[in-house]
Ligand binder design. Structure first.
Ligand code: NAP
Length: 248
């Protein structure tokens, strides 16, 4: 049976590595992105050049109507969904909590929490045996920050990932009998563009000394864990987490 996956935030970083690896493993891939059309198109072109199937899907995951339209477009262009990777996420400039305003907090929570909930909802409506679906799997891309709290940098971002971890557990139990597994990965310090959004592009090299393995991780190392959780090899794993954080 054809395997179809949507990767949110699949144009760059961890999402792009996940989309590429998924295509190698035989998935037709919907590569969601927010605004960087060139990056998402390049991921799609790489997959197609290798003989795979992929489409770019523009949508802001924080906007309900855009999420609904994106899943409908994926239905039309790729076929019935079997996997969702809730990877889209963002953070803002490093600062202490006492300096954060409500607008910033809402932006972070809207993308990292509301966005993941809306995409999970659309995926469950399609994959659940309750709704006539054939089952499937969801992986939520959380962060080691959910455990550490990111003091002095972005407690708001860390808390959004804590919320995502709670959703992973609750949803996993809720849909287990409906043929859907839900798991999380918690990356540590990974070399991607995200750290520039926090105001420190070189952050991974500054903090890698605090990691037991003494290095930053790669997007491909996170993608490998995501693809394992989605695979049949993980058929008895739900509501679980893999830390891809070098021992931190
Ligand atoms: P990244 O390089 O900054 O890429 C983020 C991707 O998410 C981009 O494709 C971006 O789209 C997309 N995106 C952002 N907001 C979106 C929205 N509202 N709707 C749809 N797409 C949106 O980030 P990354 O480092 O690969 O991070 C991926 C995930 O891993 C995030 O959830 C992040 O929190 C988590 N994580 C990362 C690290 C790390 O060290 N890098 C550590 C722990 C957890 P555009 O390309 O259009 O901008």
């Amino acid at each position: 049976m054809k395997k179809v996956m949507i990767v949110t935030g699949g144009g760059r970083g961890i999402g792009a590595a996940t989309a590429r690896l998924a295509a190698q493993r035989g998935y037709a891939v919907g590569v969601n992105y927010l605004s960087n059309d060139a990056a998402a198109s390049s991921v799609v072109a790489t997959i197609r050049d290798a003989g795979g199937e992929a489409v770019a899907l523009q949508a802001n995951v924080a906007v309900e109507a855009e999420v609904v339209a994106m899943f409908q477009e994926a239905d039309r262009r790729l076929g019935p969904l079997s996997a969702l990777v809730n990877n889209a996420g963002m953070l803002q400039k490093q600062m202490r909590l006492e300096d954060m305003d409500a607008e910033r907090l809402r932006r972070v929570l809207d993308t990292n929490v509301v966005g993941a909930f809306l995409c999970a909802r659309e995926a469950v409506r399609r994959m659940s045996s309750r709704h006539g679906g054939s089952g499937g799997a969801i992986v939520n891309v959380s962060s080691a920050a959910a455990r550490t709290g990111s003091p002095g940098e972005y407690v708001d971002y860390a808390a959004s990932k804590g919320a995502l971890d709670t959703m992973t557990i609750g949803l996993a139990h809720e849909v287990a009998a409906d043929g859907i597994r839900v798991n999380g990965v918690r990356p540590g310090f990974i070399y991607t563009d995200m750290h520039a959004s926090g105001g420190e592009p070189g952050r991974v090299d500054r903090v890698k000394q605090f990691v037991p393995l003494k290095r930053g991780g790669t997007a491909e190392e996170v993608a490998a864990a995501i693809l394992w959780l989605l695979s049949d090899e993980a058929a008895y794993t739900t509501g679980g987490f893999i830390d891809v954080a070098g021992g931190r």
